[in-house]
Ligand binder design. Structure first.
Ligand SMILES: [Zn+2]
Length: 298
């Protein structure tokens, strides 16, 4: 069923009203998609933009005309955006509603990544909006309580700030948790999690430092000698590995060297982080398999 706009009957033709409804439907889908991406894939203080051109393009090949353009500004861009959990057929006079997406988040009660639902205790979310001059773009803050569907424990409150068509994740009531994989030794898992959290928050240098700490502390636990450091430690650790393992899997000595070099140069290099984390993970994963097999054989 098309959304009706009684107040537009005198200004817009039937065709234009249908076109306007279609535009708002696409806008709702784009907003839903943006919130889904922001809350599932982005981290604190990261942003994304809704592309206005895409809205035009998906509606009749890019040209919507002046009347519809004004309509879109009034009914979409200048309105507060109000998330809904189910579809409805009429638009409120003072807001633009959109279907709220599925959000997955780490739940500390369930100790897993679980689906979270929006859990509003009133018809409208806690939202604050300013659109009066001198602001060019509508400024809005949305507070979104999201609740784990597994345990239904206390919701985590997410704060999203909107400036025009730009959304930024500006807060969360519980800090983001990152669980280290099982193959990372228990005593060093906290360094893995801290490295990933630092990286997700845009702190690249501390993230590289935590990665180096992860392998350094692990090698130290294997060698069991607090006096040995750096290259010497890497060399000693390397001697504990079977030849076959050394040929097939990334070397901690090389990774340690690469990370140290980046830290000395203060190189804020996100791809380097991902690349070295991947190599470290492959080493640990293979090592846990090797250790299990040699425990069985012995
Ligand atoms: Zn839970």
């Amino acid at each position: 069923m098309a959304i009706e706009f009684p107040e537009l009957r005198s200004i817009l033709s039937t065709d234009q009203r249908a076109a306007a409804a279609k535009l708002l439907k696409i806008a709702g889908e784009l907003v839903n998609e943006a919130f889904e991406k922001l809350l599932n894939e982005r981290h604190l203080y990261q942003s994304l933009n809704i592309d206005r051109n895409r809205l035009y393009k998906e509606h009749n090949g890019g040209r919507i005309g002046r009347i519809l353009d004004q309509f879109l500004t009034q009914k979409f861009e200048k309105q507060p955006w109000l998330p809904l959990q189910k579809a409805q057929n009429s638009e409120p006079v003072n807001g633009f509603t959109f279907r709220f997406p599925n959000v997955w988040n780490f739940c500390s009660q369930c100790d897993a990544r679980t689906p979270f639902n929006l859990n509003l205790d009133q018809e409208r979310p806690f939202t604050t909006q300013f659109s009066a001059p001198p602001r060019k773009a509508t400024f809005q803050v949305l507070c979104l309580p999201l609740q784990c569907q597994g345990c239904k424990s206390d919701p985590i409150l997410f704060m999203v700030t909107r400036k025009g068509l730009k959304l930024t994740l500006t807060g969360r009531s519980e800090f983001e948790e990152v669980k280290a994989p099982e193959y990372i030794p228990k005593a060093q898992r906290k360094y893995y999690s801290q490295a990933r959290i630092a990286f997700n928050s845009g702190q690249i240098l501390p993230a590289l430092f935590m990665l180096r700490t992860l392998i350094e502390q692990f090698m130290r636990s294997v060698i069991n000698d607090d006096a040995i450091r750096g290259d010497e430690l890497c060399k000693k650790y390397n001697e504990t590995l079977p030849e076959d393992f050394k040929r097939r899997f990334p070397s901690f000595a090389e990774i340690y060297g690469t990370l140290s070099d980046a830290i000395h140069r203060a190189a804020e290099d996100p791809p380097l982080f991902e690349e070295q984390l991947d190599r470290i993970s492959r080493h640990f994963e293979a090592k846990s398999v090797f250790d299990k097999n040699s425990a069985k054989a012995g």
